[in-house]
Ligand binder design. Structure first.
Ligand code: NAD
Length: 424
């Protein structure tokens, strides 16, 4: 899509600069003073650790791990841990601040954090992954805990990784502490509804947005980019609710059916063939063009920086519901706002995941577990409240939804800091 990364585009794609652009815009609109801006911007704690691990072939390797706690103003830091060869401290820092704003929009009692380990999980055995996870946990153990910082899965980590972290932490504490991480297996204190939570949250936000257009799900065409956890679940739940999922886009192709795709069958097809393409009940279409077709709702749920200054003018969706983190760049925001695209920003739209993580932490601490119906009902309440808080700010301050979401978040975190005062 992008021919070459010019310095301007590199800046546009830098996650730290993107977060800063949104932050500055909202802080300006809120009239926050310089001191408060500095406090809000500066990560509370950044930890870099060395992780020596004995590899299966007998070699000793030292990996680098990070944990950034951006804010603890409203509660413990909260955020995932990613394993990837190209993780940087800058990236982890940006994602940690993102979590602070996301938790504040959802109005759950957390700050924001993120972790990362520079490693390539694709070439590592399960044993190596377990050793790296346990040693990383040991290295940051004084800085995590149910009341301090609560990690969760992110890119290339999963419920098994969380089980190892929980066990390592528990062994050091001489007692089982399930609430130290979320995203655990159900049998170890995980929550019902967590797998579907982010996709479900996207659907709830989209349903609220539809009301503003006087549309019902059965009148609405949907394009989903990314058929993984978020996009796949959103597509499944939305088609069950009556939406017409006309197009699904993956990294290797896209499929389209004017009458709506049968999502369960498409999932089965992907499971059997490893791809969505050549699905019998759809036509293959150009994956580069599919995102730009007219539709009621577009859900980019694959990766960051897909809607940019170069292509935002081609978006013809009424509602753009950001399932992924950062699918639109800051310059793209301006183009979308000028074209009256109703954007449901990531820190609102995909907050369903961290919200059910919060429920998991609450249930672990209570030692009392809820059924899926209750989890979903409480998720809906939080998503709907978040949606109205953001759109309410947008209307009151005459700003687009992204700016409004950041304003809600900054305002809430700044208010907590003011109430607590500056400890000296
Ligand atoms: P995933 O790996 O399960 O799914 C991503 C899907 O997108 C995969 O099927 C992949 O093949 C596809 N994809 C990759 N590149 C693509 C491209 N260029 N075009 C089309 N499809 C492409 O990941 P996920 O957990 O669904 O996360 C997706 C996004 O949502 C990420 O930005 C993630 O940070 C964000 N997110 C996830 C959660 C969660 O609970 N999983 C919560 C909040 C935000």
């Amino acid at each position: 899509m992008i021919a070459e990364a010019t310095p301007a585009l590199e800046r546009e794609f830098n996650p730290w600069l993107a977060a800063e652009a949104r932050f500055n815009n909202a802080a300006e609109k809120l009239g926050l003073d310089d001191g408060m801006r500095k406090v809000l911007k500066t990560p509370t704690r950044e930890i870099t650790v060395a992780i020596p691990v004995m590899l299966d072939d007998g070699r000793l390797e030292v990996f680098t791990g990070y944990r950034v706690q951006h804010s603890i103003a409203r509660g413990p830091a909260k955020g995932g841990i990613r394993y990837a060869p190209d993780v940087t401290l800058d990236e982890v820092r940006a994602l940690a601040s993102w979590m602070t704003w996301k938790c504040a929009v959802a109005n759950i009692p957390y700050g924001g954090g993120k972790g990362g380990v520079i490693c390539d999980p694709n070439v590592m055995s399960l044993g190596e992954l377990e050793r790296i996870t346990r040693r990383y946990t040991a290295a940051i153990i004084d800085f995590i805990g149910p009341e301090i910082d609560v990690p969760a899965p992110d890119m290339n980590t999963n419920e098994q990784t969380m089980a190892w972290i929980m066990d390592t932490y528990s062994m050091h504490n001489r007692q089982t502490v399930t609430a130290v991480v979320t995203g655990k297996p159900i049998d170890l204190g995980g929550s019902q509804g967590r797998t579907e939570a982010t996709g479900r949250g996207c659907m709830i936000a989209a349903l609220e947005a539809l009301k503003r257009f006087n549309l019902s799900p059965s009148d609405s065409s949907v394009v989903v980019q990314g058929f993984g956890n978020v996009g796949g679940m959103a597509a499944k739940l939305m088609s069950r609710t009556g939406f017409k999922i006309n197009t699904v886009i993956e990294y290797d192709g896209a499929v389209h059916n004017n009458h709506g795709l049968d999502i369960l069958k498409l999932m089965q097809h992907k499971k059997e063939t490893g791809s969505i393409i050549d699905f019998a009940e759809a036509e293959n279409v150009d994956r580069e063009e599919a995102m730009f077709q007219p539709c009621d709702i577009l859900i980019p749920a694959a990766k960051e920086n897909v809607i940019t200054s170069q292509n935002a003018h081609r978006i013809r969706a009424k509602i753009l519901c950001e399932g992924a983190n950062g699918p639109c760049t800051a310059p793209a925001d301006e183009i979308l706002a000028a074209n009256n695209v109703f954007v449901i920003p990531d820190i609102l739209a995909n907050g369903g995941g961290v919200t059910v993580s919060y429920f998991e932490w609450v249930q672990d601490r209570q030692g009392f577990f809820w059924n899926e119906e209750l989890v979903n009902a409480r998720l809906e309440e939080i998503m709907v409240n978040g949606f109205h808080a953001v759109t309410g700010y947008g209307e009151k301050h005459k700003v687009d939804n992204r700016t409004a979401a950041y304003m809600v978040a900054l305002d809430r975190v700044a208010f907590a800091i003011k109430l607590r005062g500056i400890y000296a």
